[in-house]
Design a protein around this ligand. Structure first.
Ligand code: AN7
Length: 355
């Protein structure tokens, strides 16, 4: 399989001079999930499992493009603000490209796996006493004042790279879905999907474009409220963002597609998160369940009839945030190491001893 930049080069800003950087990103599974569809009350549901990317999130699609262009332009170092996944991806691809990476994250709100990644890939990690939005402001100023390339989604190559997920979905299904549901944080991904579907539509690869259904966490839903949120809070730390950089593009994607951007509560996110793992064996991080939580909310309230083909984007892997997963359950107490005890614990009848 050719790399992502090679496969979709005609749809990307790839030139003869662009290094074809890769960690084998993209080509992620599109998983048919009939049990989950049934639980939600929708006809046909697929999960685009972006957690299967090399660093465990969809960010790799945009990062490979941004890093290749940074390398092409002769950059030596890159910087990003992050709720965790962007920093993991930037750190990995910077290493791959031979560039130095600086990542700036809010203190105490980064899932453990993501922190481990930034450290292991060798980024310079700066933890600030502030929010993601504060970190992004610092990064924007650093980009102005120093010879360093910003690889947040304010870098246009990030959005371009992320359009490839839309192409893959259409290529796999043989057409566009009717609806695409996804979490919204800094709003780069919903922007990228709309651009991708639109480009495929304009070039005649698909006959229609999906309605986009974006979901923010209730405590971090600036686009839903129509104003920035100064102190965003949600259990889904990846989307704990109060002033999204791609706000106006997200609103345009919503309106041009005839879709919506709504909010879901933390409880709705956590319930969807558990159901995806329990019913279908797809373990994602909490933020990634916002699309499914949102679909359940819309169909449950009769705001969507559940008819047609739905794709939900599952943005990051469950192993990013193992602490929160384990906290959902009572810790199992160790018991005596013999068959009888295990049988009794499971409520089974004692087996007859075999001699
Ligand atoms: C798992 O890593 O913003 O609306 O700094 O990690 O494109 O921001 C992450 C965002 C959804 C929201 N799901 O996507 C970051 C960061 C996961 C994420 C989103 C993020 P955007």
């Amino acid at each position: 399989m050719p790399s992502l930049l090679e496969r979709y080069r005609d749809f990307l800003p790839v030139t003869a001079q662009t290094p074809l950087l890769t960690l084998n990103e993209g080509n992620t599974p599109l998983i048919h999930v009939p049990r989950l569809a049934n639980a939600l009350g929708v006809d046909e549901l697929w999960l685009k499992f972006e957690g299967m990317n090399p660093t465990g999130s969809f960010k790799d699609r945009g990062m490979v493009m941004a890093m290749a262009k940074a390398l092409e332009a002769g950059a030596q170092s890159v910087v990003c603000a992050s709720t965790g996944n962007t920093s993991a991806s930037a750190a990995a691809y910077a290493t791959r490209a031979g560039l130095e990476a600086v990542v700036i994250v809010p203190s105490g709100k980064i899932a453990l796996g993501k922190l481990a990644q930034a450290l292991m890939y060798g980024a310079k990690l700066v933890v600030i006493d502030g929010s993601f939005d504060d970190a992004l402001n610092i990064v924007r100023e650093m980009g102005q004042a120093h010879p360093i390339t910003v690889v947040n989604s304010v870098n246009p190559y990030r959005i371009e790279g992320q359009t490839t997920a839309a192409y893959e979905i259409c290529d796999t299904l043989g057409g566009a879905p009717d609806y695409l549901a996804l979490p919204v944080g800094n709003a780069g991904n919903i922007t990228a999907y709309w651009r991708g579907f639109t480009r495929y539509f304009e070039r005649g690869h698909i006959a229609s474009r999906p309605k986009l259904l974006g979901f923010q966490a209730e405590g971090a839903a600036p686009i839903v409220y129509g104003q920035p949120v100064c102190h965003p809070e949600t259990v889904a730390t990846a989307i704990r963002i109060g002033n999204p950089a791609s706000w106006s593009y997200a609103v345009a994607a919503r309106d041009e597609s005839g879709g919506l951007i709504d909010s879901v509560t933390d409880d709705e996110i956590l319930a969807a998160w558990r159901d995806m793992a329990r019913l279908e064996g797809v373990f994602c991080e909490p933020a990634s369940a916002a699309g499914i939580a949102g679909l359940r909310k819309l169909v449950g309230a009769g705001r969507n009839d559940g008819k047609g083909r739905f794709v939900a984007v599952v943005t990051g892997h469950g192993l990013k945030d193992p602490e929160l997963a384990v906290k959902q359950f009572a810790a199992p107490e160790p018991v005596a190491a013999d068959l009888g005890t295990v049988e009794a614990l499971l409520g089974w009848e004692a087996s007859v001893a075999v001699h």
